[in-house]
Design a protein around this ligand. Structure first.
Ligand code: ADP
Length: 219
């Protein structure tokens, strides 16, 4: 069997990492594992676990590493992830990176992709971001009709602003990214696994470039 293709997608909030991960999923046929989406689903379920994580997420803070370990292990050990996956939103702390290494040994991560976008650009994008609560499609207020009508073009679900897409929570999330997550890029870079790509421009071209980088690393 070919080695699994395990792709990590990094980028600030609003950098387009969810959009890139969705396109990589469509192109490569591997599951898109978004820890943010999984936690939002848990929050929407109204379970006790969901209520706990909703409070943390709405404040723009990180869910504790030990809680994330259970969530990530269960998902990445599912049969559909055996051939590989596109992991979006994990790891975000040194502890999470160490846990992931243990979980994925011996083959480890295939490639880590960082989408690079300046802070002022992501802040502007986030304030305008609207999402479908059913299928996750992303729209921009002032550009897309679905953002104004509140009805998703793709599935007819309801399009809303995320509770953590406020100026205040965005500031907290960008600060956490700079202090905890950005240093992890050095960890992958030191092992020759990091690919940095500019995150401004047409999403399809960005995805094409990323697919080429992934294909070049396929063993
Ligand atoms: P963004 O990258 O735009 O913040 P995500 O959808 O990836 O959005 O994550 C939303 C929230 O979910 C985070 O602010 C955090 O509270 C929680 N979360 C997601 N992934 C993790 C993780 N790996 N560790 C801890 N918390 C996480």
């Amino acid at each position: 069997m070919a080695a699994p293709l395990r792709i990590l997608v990094f980028g600030k909030q609003g950098s387009g990492k969810g959009t890139l991960a969705t396109r990589l999923h469509q192109r490569l046929g591997l599951p898109h594992v978004s820890t943010g989406d999984m936690l939002r689903d848990a929050a929407a379920s109204g379970s006790e676990f969901g209520r706990r994580v909703a409070a943390i997420m709405d404040a723009g803070e990180l869910v504790p590493d030990d809680v994330m370990e259970g969530v990530v292990r269960e998902r990445l050990e599912a049969p559909d992830a055996a051939a590989g996956f596109i992991l979006d939103g994990y790891p975000r702390t040194p502890g999470q990176a160490a846990f992931l290494d243990d979980l994925l040994a011996p083959e480890g991560v295939t490639v880590a992709i960082e989408l690079q976008v300046p802070d002022d650009v992501v802040r502007a994008r986030i304030v305008h971001r609207r999402v479908c609560t059913s299928c996750g499609a992303i729209y921009a207020a002032g550009r897309d009709a679905a953002a104004e009508s509140g009805v998703c073009d793709v599935c007819g679900g309801s399009v809303v602003q995320r509770a953590d897409d406020t100026e205040e929570a965005v500031g907290a999330r960008l600060a956490t990214y700079a202090s905890l997550t950005e240093p992890l890029l050095g960890y992958y870079s030191d092992r020759g696994l990091l690919e940095r790509i500019p995150g401004e421009g047409d999403p399809d071209s960005i995805a094409e470039g990323a697919v080429d980088l992934v294909e070049a690393r396929r063993s």
